[in-house]
Design a protein around this ligand. Structure first.
Ligand SMILES: NC(=O)c1ccc[n+]([C@@H]2O[C@H](COP(=O)([O-])OP(=O)(O)OC[C@H]3O[C@@H](n4cnc5c(N)ncnc54)[C@H](O)[C@@H]3O)[C@@H](O)[C@H]2O)c1
Length: 332
């Protein structure tokens, strides 16, 4: 499959490297508006056509698929143009800047019978695959909560706030794992430096009393990537910064029984073993791009398709509304 890659900033080179090394894919062109970034791309890939004009790739009859790795505000126009030119599209997260744009692109891809995949990279990590397997097997029992902290210093994005930049990771993981849609969202945050919120907190209310909390922050002195998932039977801690034992499952729990006619509660704690399951190694992005090539060649719908991207944008849009009202409850 012949690819054109649009955007060669921070993330673009990772897409380019993986596509260049994958069986069944080849990058024939890179479009980048920054002269500096174009020079970097041309130095790394002397044989590839590098251009300032994305239209050259969009119109090329040699290209089957376009990877859109540019800032969020450009995703809609570039993806739409690629689809109108008959190209399959691999587009970065968050899919679009709003729900209406995402819906339009999903319809267009359907009409044209083209594949649309949104880069929800974490879904292809060994950790998320293992958590997904554990939840499907019922290892945690009924779920209580999902609680994620994703903080570090920078990288400030110019066009979106920290929620739109970092929360798509957690929202896509939650959407994939919980297989449920939130009923309501509350978001709070504050911007200190460039007009966009750089510290934000998001709470999502799911059916069956499942609650999720996401803490995202560009102003943290330390990098933290920790997710807790609590269930009735077991609880897990996923520390993505651990080299080994990223995932720990705790056989711990709490049971409360109310003695009939008696006001005091009987609380019993269960504190069993902890175990760290083996998780698959390998670069998630490579697996994801291989899956994209496979979906296109076999004409299969990817699970991280436009609809998955739309669900994340719906949660982000609701969060933005709540954020504006300093934490008002917004129903989805
Ligand atoms: N999946 C992940 O884990 C992950 C990680 C980082 C970034 N991202 C996403 O990747 C996208 C890009 O992020 P980044 O951090 O690389 O940003 P960036 O600003 O470093 O790079 C974007 C590049 O796109 C170029 N560009 C903008 N408009 C263009 C156009 N019309 N034609 C050609 N080039 C154009 C810019 O010059 C810039 O070099 C964002 O959507 C971001 O959310 C995803």
């Amino acid at each position: 499959m012949n690819f054109g890659v649009i955007g060669y900033g921070y993330w673009g080179p990772n897409i380019e490297r993986n596509l260049a090394n994958l069986d069944g894919s080849r990058v024939v062109g890179i479009a980048e508006i920054s002269e500096k970034a174009r020079a970097r791309a041309q130095k790394a890939y002397p044989a590839i056509h590098v251009t300032a004009n994305a239209n050259e790739l969009l119109a090329s009859t040699e290209i089957d698929a376009i990877a859109v790795i540019s800032p969020v505000w450009t995703h809609f126009e570039l993806t739409k143009a690629a689809l109108l030119n008959g190209k399959h599209v691999f587009v970065e997260k968050p899919f679009t800047s709003n729900v209406a744009q995402a819906e339009e692109l999903i319809n267009l891809a359907q009409q044209k019978n083209l594949k649309l995949m949104v880069d929800h990279t974490f879904l292809f990590t060994g950790a998320v695959r293992k958590i997904s397997q554990l939840l499907d097997e019922g290892a945690l029992g009924n779920l209580y909560y999902y609680d994620s902290t994703r903080v570090n210093l920078g990288l400030f994005q110019h066009d979106v706030n920290v929620l739109w930049d970092l929360a798509p990771h957690d929202l896509s993981i939650m959407d994939h794992l919980l297989k449920a849609r939130p009923e309501a969202v509350v978001a709070t945050g504050q911007g200190h430096l460039n007009g966009h919120e750089d510290v934000a907190f998001m709470t999502l209310y799911f059916p069956e009393k499942v609650i999720a909390h996401i803490n995202v922050n560009w102003l943290s002195p330390v990098k933290v990537r920790t997710t807790l998932i609590g269930g009735e039977k077991r609880m897990l801690v996923w520390n993505d910064l651990e080299a080994d034992e990223k995932l720990k499952i705790y056989d711990k729990g709490v049971r409360i029984t109310n003695r009939e006619g008696v006001y005091d509660l009987l609380v019993s704690y269960r504190s069993g073993d902890m175990w760290a399951p083996q998780i698959e190694q390998g670069e998630a992005l490579r697996q994801e791009l291989a899956y994209f090539v496979e979906c296109v060649s076999k004409d299969e719908e990817p699970f991280n398709n436009g609809c998955a991207g739309l669900r994340v944008v719906q949660m982000l849009e609701a969060a933005s509304e709540s954020l504006k009202k300093r934490g008002a409850l917004v129903y989805l």
